[in-house]
Design a protein around this ligand. Structure first.
Ligand SMILES: Cc1ncc(COP(=O)(O)O)c(C=O)c1O
Length: 450
């Protein structure tokens, strides 16, 4: 077998060979052949989404996350995937004037930034650093305090980055019974983060919920990689329970449970990484009240939740098909690709001074985040790698745009590698090519930063 001319370790996409076309073909035939399914699925649907899938997802999440009480269908609504749903959450629960800032764990999933920009938050995104345990709570709380202090000043309040002519005590959006406007939004990918791959510890998750309650913040988490987990040791077992409760689970039990019927957390789930991005179907989980409010987004009120037919097709995979696909196909393949990439990194990159973060008790997700040897800049590495026919993602792409902090984190000393897209053989060759680039850059035979 010949090697491909270009090897892509940059794109966060699933390997096409792992997309379950046959499974979906059978499910689609089943859904479209059964009159009781097809007549519903081809029509306008409920605002909350395809009912049977909501019930199935609720049962599936209960088994996987083992929350303090089972997830029930009213806590779940069907979405068009994590990105689409982030936009809907912002439409219903934030106000471009009253909501002060969006706090993003940095490095961050950069494509969320455009969605926040569309919702009116340009210039008001703030990066929160993370360490090995996840989000820096002290930094976040100081930032929230400063934003609130500014908001108290001079009566004509304006948080950092906000137009000073605007009075943020006024809400642009009128009050509605299904809507609560939060003062702040906190965005995180707490498990197998994109790009850092880190898992936020339970105590940080609990601390974050307490802060969100104190400062009237809604925590939105993209929990899109949680199901993709395996042992950090090659050949080890594949756990079938989540390694840590989601933040939405923490909000259910912490200090006696949610402080009001809305709660302060919403979990964004997606079938993009579990079935295929083309299905553009996901789910959101939060309190009954928040989920009902989300289902009242104008675009869902007009004809029902997105991805209705696809939701009915995906529903045919429950309860057993989805688990079989994950446990027998996807997870073993990704685990093997992950271990191949890690071993190639240790063999070819670590001797050159690259740092790979030690795995925790469980590994997973799509990405490995690497620190470059001293003096090399990620953008130049990505550029040189492209010339050597291997693509890697520069850490700079994951900075929070226009972060008004004094010293915004830039991540020019990091790169992200994805192990999901390429097959194992190509992953190893890609790392070899990257090693040659780093070696040349270190030796000064190509340009490097001072
Ligand atoms: C953290 C994160 N959120 C959201 C998405 C996109 O999800 P969806 O395809 O469901 O919109 C991705 C995809 O890379 C992601 O990494």
């Amino acid at each position: 077998m010949t090697l491909p001319e270009h090897i892509d370790l940059s794109s966060g996409w699933p390997n096409p060979a792992l997309l379950p076309a046959n499974l979906l073909r059978t499910s689609a035939t089943e859904a479209l052949s059964n009159p009781s399914v097809k007549d519903t699925a081809l029509h306008y649907g409920a605002d909350e989404g395809y009912d049977s899938l909501r019930t199935h997802i609720a049962e599936w999440l209960s088994t996987f996350y083992q929350p303090c009480a089972p997830v029930t269908a009213p806590r779940v609504c069907i979405t068009g995937g994590a990105s689409q749903n982030l936009a809907c959450v912002l439409q219903v629960f934030t106000d471009p004037i009253y909501t002060r800032n969006v706090w993003m764990v940095a490095p961050t999933y950069f494509l969320a930034a455009r969605i926040l920009d569309d919702a009116g938050f340009a210039g008001r995104l703030r990066g929160i650093p993370e360490d090995d345990e996840g989000i820096d709570l002290e930094f976040l709380e100081k930032g929230l305090q400063a934003a609130e202090a500014t908001a108290q000043q001079d009566g004509n309040t304006h948080p950092v980055g906000h137009d000073p002519r605007v009075d943020v005590t006024v809400k642009l959006k009128p009050a509605r019974p299904w809507r609560k406007i939060y003062k702040h939004v906190i965005y995180a990918v707490p498990t197998f983060a994109n790009p850092s791959g880190k898992i936020m510890s339970l105590r940080r998750r609990e601390g974050l919920v307490r802060i969100a309650r104190r400062y009237d913040a809604l925590i939105l988490t993209d929990d899109v990689y949680d199901f993709l987990q395996w042992s950090p040791t090659p050949g080890g077992p594949f756990p079938d329970r989540a390694c840590v409760p989601r933040i939405v689970d923490v909000d259910r039990y912490l200090d006696g449970g949610p402080v009001d019927e809305w709660g302060h957390a919403i979990s964004n789930g997606s079938f993009s990484k579990l079935i295929g991005p083309g299905v553009r179907t996901g789910w959101a989980e939060a309190s009954d009240k928040l989920v009902y409010g989300l289902s009242q987004t104008g675009s869902s009120r007009s004809g029902g939740a997105p991805s209705h037919l696809t939701a009915a097709i995906i529903d045919q995979l429950f309860p057993t098909g989805i688990t079989a696909h994950l446990q027998n196909q996807l997870i073993p393949s990704y685990a093997s690709q992950y271990h191949t990439l890690v071993s190639a990194i240790h063999e070819y990159l670590v001797p050159l001074g690259v740092t790979v973060y030690p795995p925790g008790a469980v590994s997973g997700g799509y990405f490995i985040w690497l620190k470059l040897p001293e003096g090399l800049h990620a953008s130049q590495v990505a550029e040189q790698a492209q010339e050597a026919k291997v693509r890697v993602a520069s850490g700079v792409a994951f900075q929070v745009p226009d972060d008004p902090s004094d010293t915004p984190a830039v991540f020019g000393d990091h790169i992200r590698l994805c192990f999901a897209w390429e097959s194992s053989r190509h992953l190893t060759e890609g790392v070899r090519r990257l090693a040659r680039v780093l070696e040349r850059m270190k030796n000064g035979t190509v340009t490097r930063t001072q």
